[in-house]
Write a new protein. Structure first.
Length: 680
């Protein structure tokens, strides 16, 4: 068996099971082997039945000496079975698994693992895992617990991994060169894979984990380095001419720039006149005015005779940018075109022609901008908005649309420094740390659903004053159909309650065109209340909307709530954010309290870190990188540093990865960059 074989090459995998494995992103045997345990259970300590202690989880061997008994009360079926060893007997008990009655065979020995309970004089073990013990049973062991999905039991997964290990033993290729493994004391890959699943000793486990964490962080950073290298090696940057006070040229803007915006523009100006290629990240809280910075930079680029492009993660946001840019650029004779997936063939042809001829100097779009077939006459500046929604790879694809193109990426997600180093090690960072003047504080209220009537009255009162409202329902993961239903249902209910309002919704099942129509109607005030899921989270700007009502607020991350709240308070009117939640857990309450008390994105993200723990916070996915499979950045910092050192050493030894011993590594890195890994 080859490690690249489909996982269905293993015995015991039918269609159902294969589907479930796919849901875990396991398609090949190797992917199964790199599906690492999330935890372990210690079955190396096997107790005698007489040694079982109530309220502790234990592993013990027991012999079956007769059939189990099924009993029941109401809908509940339970199965009782007495098992024996030389020191005594104990009752094991399962709920609603009547088949257990006949699935254990009389006379056979089994290894049971479960929690021991004392019921009066009876000792019971409830819902234990059990495994038949063959003749060559070599004692208990430490067994892995995997991330799984419904319908795929731990036992099944464990069995499949064991089978895969057996079939491919010692055939996994080693990508890390010998000098590196020696110098950094890195265990061999085959050893590591085997021991991460079934550690033979404690040391074996530590060595295995260290190896795999190192490998993961090393590959990630080596890949990012290669990306940066491609950008740098692309040669000299387009050198723009310094115009008198760039930001004053931005006088096409309807407002004066804030000091923070000016500072960032000065940094951009310095980059773009330096002769080097700019690679800059602009970080700024929601509403801090990143679009204006992009606009001024684009304006200046165009004055220098080069095209500028901005890519946004959603169609709705791209259209909104298109309108903003057109409104300001058209009067000064600059044509802006829109490139999105929903253009008709004819529209698309015309747009592409204008981009290619340079008739359109400003290009606004979605992923459509980086597709093959889009050719620029002379692209000078590539802007990616809401960078955390894109993959690292996509950022570079946009820059690849021209020669030596300057790159600006914008994000509202505050990132701790260490993480920023990994993620954006190849970028310089600018921060907009100031909001435009005249913003009023958004009042944030955390309430439970007993306030519903009052909230509805509040919304209607605002409608009477000409204001608008957003209502957000939580996203239903991976089920657009259910989600659409929930949104539609809530919309109907709101329409009944809010008699004076025109209520409409957008959801994931709608076509881009339909969504756009609703968004436009909302922006122009034809709709008073817009119901949606988080699809509107990013970037939308409707200054007349002053109420943000968030249902089941406990289901959202703090950073997300902050983003959503940032959709209101964009005009001069007083705005409100109402968080509805009936959750009584302490964490949920604290989170909502944080939201009510703070308006600062950095404070909120720190609090998020505290309440959720670093594991989730460091989720690289949010930032357009693949999720780490085994490394935990809060705890593996030392290994990260070593991996960084190793990457530096690799570059020193063989920058181009030309040596024979580095070929497997090179392939791995390139696969990493090419594969869906970095594309999201
Ligand atoms: P974000 O940083 O979240 O992308 P936007 O660029 O959408 O923020 O800007 C938010 C709002 O602030 C917009 O309505 C924009 O016109 C306005 N704005 C931006 N800069 C200024 C400024 N210097 N003075 C006044 N309003 C501004
Ligand atoms: Mg924005």
């Amino acid at each position: 068996m080859e490690r690249s074989d489909p996982v269905s090459a293993l015995k015991g995998i039918g269609e159902q099971r294969e589907k479930r494995l796919h849901r875990l992103d396991i398609f090949t045997v190797e992917q199964l082997l790199t599906h690492y345990p999330r935890d372990y259970k210690d079955r190396s300590q096997i107790l005698k039945i007489s040694e079982l202690i109530p309220n502790e989880t234990a592993a013990f061997l027991g012999q079956v000496r007769g059939e189990g008994q099924n009993g029941g009360r109401g809908r509940m079926v339970f199965t009782r079975l007495k098992v024996y060893d030389e020191t005594g007997s104990v009752t094991v008990l399962w709920f609603n698994q009547p088949y257990m009655k006949s699935s254990l065979k009389t006379g056979e020995w089994y290894l049971f693992t479960g929690k021991v309970q004392q019921k009066g004089r009876q000792t019971e073990v409830v819902s234990p895992e059990c495994e038949r013990i063959g003749e060559n049973f070599a004692g208990g062991r430490i067994i892995p617990v995997y991330p799984s999905v419904e319908g795929l039991s731990q036992k099944t997964l464990r069995g499949l991994v064991e089978q895969a290990l057996r079939e491919t033993v010692d055939t996994l290729p080693e990508e890390l060169p010998l000098w590196l493994r020696k110098g950094y004391r890195i265990a061999e890959r085959n050893f590591a894979i085997e021991n991460i699943h079934f550690p033979k000793t404690e040391q074996g486990f530590y060595d295995a984990r260290r190896r795999l964490v190192f490998e993961e962080l090393f590959l990630l950073q080596a890949a990012l380095f290669r990306l940066k290298q491609t950008l740098e090696d692309s040669g000299e940057g387009i050198r723009l001419k310094r115009k008198k006070a760039v930001w004053e040229k931005a006088a096409i803007l309807p407002f004066a720039l804030t000091d923070a915006q000016k500072t960032v523009l000065k940094e951009i100006e310095k980059d773009m006149t330096s002769g080097k290629v700019m690679n800059r990240l602009v970080q700024g809280d929601v509403g801090s005015g990143k679009t204006a910075v992009a606009l001024a930079a684009a304006f200046w680029t165009i004055q220098n005779g080069f095209q500028a492009a901005i890519m946004a993660p959603t169609e709705v946001l791209a259209r909104q940018h298109y309108e903003t840019f057109t409104k300001l650029f058209a009067p000064v004779g600059i044509e802006t075109v829109l490139l999105t997936g929903s253009l008709t063939a004819k529209e698309k042809r015309e747009a592409l022609a204008k981009v290619a001829s340079g008739a359109a100097m400003m290009v606004v779009g979605t992923h459509a901008v980086i597709q093959a077939g889009v050719e620029f006459a002379r692209l000078g500046l590539a802007v990616t908005d809401e960078q955390h929604r894109f993959g690292v790879r996509q950022r570079s694809l946009l820059a690849d649309k021209g020669k030596n193109v300057h790159t600006l990426v914008m994000t509202a997600t505050p990132i701790p420094r260490t993480l920023a180093l990994i993620l954006y090690g190849d970028l310089d960072i600018s921060i907009i740390d100031e909001l435009p003047p005249g913003r009023q504080k958004i009042d944030t209220l955390a309430v439970n659903s007993s306030y519903r009537k009052r909230i509805y009255a509040f919304i209607q009162k605002h409608k009477a004053e000409g204001r608008q409202t957003y209502v957000i329902c939580p996203m239903i993961e991976e089920n657009e159909k259910l989600e659409a239903q929930a949104v539609l249902q809530h919309t109907e209910e709101l329409q009944r309650e809010l008699e004076s309002c025109r209520v409409a919704c957008v959801h994931g099942k709608m076509k881009a065109k339909e969504k756009q129509a609703v968004m436009e109607a909302f922006a122009s005030g034809e709709i008073d209340v817009l119901v949606s899921t988080t699809v509107i989270e990013v970037g939308i700007n409707v200054p007349n909307a002053t109420i943000m009502l968030i249902e089941n607020a406990e289901r959202f991350g703090l950073a997300q709530l902050h983003q959503l709240r940032g959709r209101v308070g964009r005009g001069s009117e007083k705005s409100y954010c109402i968080l509805v939640s009936d959750s009584k857990t302490k964490v949920a309450k604290e989170r909502l309290k944080t939201m009510a008390e703070s308006e600062d994105g950095f404070v909120i993200s720190e609090m998020d870190l505290k309440l959720r723990g670093p594991g989730e916070f460091f989720g690289l996915r949010q930032h357009g990188l693949p999720e780490l499979k085994i490394a935990d950045l809060s705890r593996d910092m030392p290994i990260l540093k070593e991996a960084q050192k190793a990457v530096a050493e690799l570059i020193e030894r063989d920058r181009e990865l030309a040596a024979e011993e580095h070929q497997p590594l090179k392939r791995q890195i390139e696969g990493y960059l090419e594969g869906k890994n970095l594309e999201m």
